[in-house]
Design a protein around this ligand. Structure first.
Ligand SMILES: Cc1cc2nc3c(=O)[nH]c(=O)nc-3n(C[C@H](O)[C@H](O)[C@H](O)COP(=O)(O)O)c2cc1C
Length: 172
């Protein structure tokens, strides 16, 4: 599927709505709720089976997803601010809560994300941080070097604020 050009137009959704999707272990979409479809502009048929990077926005730093996947693969839940790209190129900000899904044997069988409307104040703060991380990544020689350099900057930024990642995300 061709990636849409960002329009720069932001979409919002209701404070009472939750955008939900589930993936398999590789991040391929296995479930989307109606709000996901309404906000992203993709139908259920278009979304199912696609990698979740379907709605990746170019303003998102690689480091944010590296942190997410490391946390999920460690069997833990992850909170993060994400800007997503709609089918028509518009974008929308979310505060995502992503968790592994376990079967009755305790094995991880996929992942689940529930997203809500983020605080405006938090979006302004995180947007500036993500822009710095992205700039760092764009100057790197390889994808791996980009993630390393960007994560280092992210951790340094958090250390300067004196908070750990989870605390930062849930308190800004
Ligand atoms: C449950 C789940 C939900 C995800 N939701 C999003 C999302 O809303 N937007 C997004 O860009 N990536 C999301 N991802 C991460 C993508 O799988 C992918 O790592 C990310 O888009 C970066 O893609 P890339 O490495 O191909 O650039 C999600 C992953 C999982 C497991």
């Amino acid at each position: 599927m061709a990636r849409p050009e960002p329009t720069g137009i932001e979409r919002t959704f209701n404070e009472s709505d939750l955008i939900v999707s589930k993936t398999d272990l590789n991040g391929r979409i296995t479930y989307v709720n109606r709000t996901f479809c309404e906000v992203s502009g993709y139908s259920e048929a278009e979304a199912l089976g696609q990698p979740h990077s379907l709605i990746r926005h170019p303003a998102m730093p690689r480091a944010a997803f590296a942190l997410m996947w490391d946390t999920l693969r460690a069997g833990k839940e992850f909170f993060g601010y994400v800007v997503n790209l709609c089918k028509n190129g518009d974008h929308y900000w979310v505060l995502a809560h992503v968790t592994p899904s376990f079967d009755s044997q305790g094995e991880v069988i996929g992942y689940h994300s529930t997203r809500r409307v983020p605080d405006r104040h938090a979006v302004v703060l995180i947007e500036a941080i993500y822009a710095d991380l992205l700039a760092k990544e764009q100057g790197a020689e390889s994808k791996a070097a980009a993630v390393d350099a960007s994560l280092e900057l992210f951790h340094a930024t958090l250390a300067q604020k004196g908070v750990a990642y989870d605390e930062f995300v849930l308190t800004i």
